[in-house]
Design a protein around this ligand. Sequence first.
Ligand code: COI
Length: 357
Amino acid sequence: MVDMAITKVKTPGTLPDVDKLGFGQYFTDHMFVMDYATGKGWHSPRIVPYEQFELSPAAMVLHYGQAIFEGMKAFRTEDGRINLFRAKDNFRRLNRSAELVCIPQMDEKVLHDALIQLIETDKRWVPGKVGTSLYIRPFAIATDPFVGVKVSDTYKLFFILSPVGAYYAAGFNPVNIKVEDKYVRAVKGGLGEAKTAANYAASLKAQIEAKKEGFAQVLWLDAVERKYIEEVGTMNILFKIKGEIVTPALNGSILHGITRDSVLQLARDWGVKVTERRIAIDEVFEAHAKGELEEVFGSGTAAVISPVGELSWKGQKIVINNNKTGPFAQKMFDHVAGIQYGKIQDKFGWVETIAKV
Ligand code: COI
């Protein structure tokens, strides 16, 4: 385990009502922090009370957006243990995002150890109700007080923890999605596959317009031909066409989803044909017209498995599976959640049991 100082809160916080958690609005008593300076490397790992911190108004992250983050979850099992899901994969992806925005690499073992100690410190905050979990948000930011454009020489890394319920207000019910034809999210060669703040800033205007039109989310098309499907704002997207699971290939502009990877591994394990390739939006509409589009669903850490009931593109709307959750998405959700909550055997080695209360 990493040797680090742990400063505990004087007065532990009151736990929120598990029936009203929503997503990302409550935070636990403590957080993990580590600093970086050129010549010194990452140093001073510590657990401290969750609190505000000081940043120079000139801190480079505020001006040039050198910021990366991750999202992962820990689950309370029926018998009170805590299961952490695929954390090592998230830390690998954090380092990949770091590389893309020139943030120095972190020791993934240190990150993993630190996370286990932080969850252990705040384990009473891991909610116990099915459908709830502890959302883990690691993030790193550039802190040099300097307004010229360059790579920062100092950084801070944090882990904060938030007990959560479902990400979408609709819960596990199908969402309606607008296929975005005006704005684009990312382009190959850019930052599309990084989990970096800029990608989310780039998504907001389209998201607001879609909300006004009554949609829950937008589905992004490629930025060059405005034709090939990329991802949804907060999740990867998968289609079931004539019994086959088809999803956009990781082409350099979409996020390497860890839940996406879990879904593909499970589907292959069940003997379902899985294809990662380019998919044109008109192909999806044509498959629907021929009665071959059986299901559409998204996958993500926050969203888990989220069925899509309607897709609208340039004013044309298709309704998928009568706007009902399809059997494949249901089975996938039950299976992923079953593994996360320790109810289904994890033959992939995705879950680590880290604490018992
Ligand atoms: C996640 O699924 O963990 C995400 O980061 C998506 C969103 C909450 C930004």
